[in-house]
Design a protein around this ligand. Sequence first.
Ligand SMILES: NC(=O)c1ccc[n+]([C@@H]2O[C@H](COP(=O)([O-])OP(=O)(O)OC[C@H]3O[C@@H](n4cnc5c(N)ncnc54)[C@H](OP(=O)(O)O)[C@@H]3O)[C@@H](O)[C@H]2O)c1
Length: 470
Amino acid sequence: MTRLDAPPPIRIGLLGFGVVGGGVVRLLSQKAGAIATEIGRSIVLRRVLVRDPGRSRPFDLPEGDVTTDAGAILDDPEIDVVVELMGGVTPAAEYIRRAIRNRKHVVTANKDVMATQGVDILQLAREHGVDVYYEASVGGGIPLIGVFRQDLVANEVHQVHAIINGTTNYILSRMAGDGVDFGPALAEAQSLGYAESDPTADVEGIDATYKLAILASLAFRTQVSPAAVYREGIARLRAADFRYARELGYVIKLLAIAKRHPGARGAGAPGARSTPLTQGARDGGAPPPTDETAADEIEVRVHPTLVPQDILLAGVNGVFNAVHVRGDLVGDVLFYGRGAGAEPTSSAVVADIVDVAHNINAGVANRIPFHYAGRLPIRPIDRLETRYYVRLWVADRPGVLGQIAQVFGDHQISIASCIQKETDPSAESAELVIITHPAREADMQASLSTLEALGTVRELSTMCRIEAFA
Ligand SMILES: NC(=O)c1ccc[n+]([C@@H]2O[C@H](COP(=O)([O-])OP(=O)(O)OC[C@H]3O[C@@H](n4cnc5c(N)ncnc54)[C@H](OP(=O)(O)O)[C@@H]3O)[C@@H](O)[C@H]2O)c1
């Protein structure tokens, strides 16, 4: 029985009815009673946009409510919340903007849109008095966006280390645990549905750069574009690298790393966060500030990384994701869970819908406004200082080791250990694994170029950065 004074239901328009869209519809139906109790009114699905209504799906489309006309949702004055679960930038970004201009709240799981246009979209929402929530855009069901927006707001975040791509973490876990090489591990991930038929976005680290751009923007109250994130994928790694890393006390992970480096004024000093926007920085580049030490800088990079075996991230295996945050007040916190899949992702989307519903009930929007303080300069990768793992094949004859050590020495790189691993008598080659003391990236790259040109170096197989977690 409906109470006469019961508030009207909140009406939702859904853009996309795929893996996540289907999961959200199922969840809203299964938990309708609990959600209505939570927000004091029901949530009803008014219309669903798909591309091809005739496509066969694992679940039935809600009858009568399906459209291929986006305007039937975006321009429908009866719809309160648009839930965008289509993916991609075009036309999703434009649909989100149109919904906002029509004063509809938006919930989205779209990392591509939020990483590239998030700041502008949030600003547009503020101007129109509506909310945009995007918890599911990073880490599936793991609470992250709300954590940075609200829960860690009293902190100055110093570092974020994240495993945020389940596909690559699955592949790397198989290579580490079972000695499987990259190609077979990828084929297995594809057969299990963990990797797309075109795996480029995952294995080249592109997906992770988008997610890191979103997290770093929130963590440092700045604007980080995915193009500004330094990126290397995992395709060059071989089973031998995982074996040698294990012997040395490490595991190899595709890490997304964001760090804040205090400038001369120091982190937390007045004005340290409010670096003025420069046109060069706006364009995604990273021009050094006039006074290089005056402003804070941030470091954002995604690449295969040697991680000490005894830290928690090293134990994150399979398709699981984890994000380790270090703040000045909380110290170290770790978020761990399933970063994709219909149910975990729907959990985040529905939580956002419930949050929006609370705001509608209270008659407020932008309850937690998000202030970006402009673009902090991005420290170029050349200035990274870290330890390195290098695996190479060289001519197996006297004097070659000295020649290699000389090249590193000439570039101010000191070798911590050098182990000969394998020999190939037919090719008269030997495999070397070198670990360096902390060195500058620019010096490492110059050394590698010199080594590559040496007649005695047969193959430069792998170079990986080692993360100290200091
Ligand atoms: N899958 C995950 O585990 C996961 C996790 C976190 C975040 N996300 C994000 O969630 C979003 C949705 O992902 P998904 O895996 O659910 O995608 P999906 O299975 O490919 O579903 C996409 C849906 O959007 C519809 N669609 C796409 N382009 C359209 C267009 N131009 N016009 C009308 N309808 C269109 C498709 O219609 P048809 O059905 O007719 O083709 C389909 O129903 C993406 O932004 C993704 O990055 C996904």
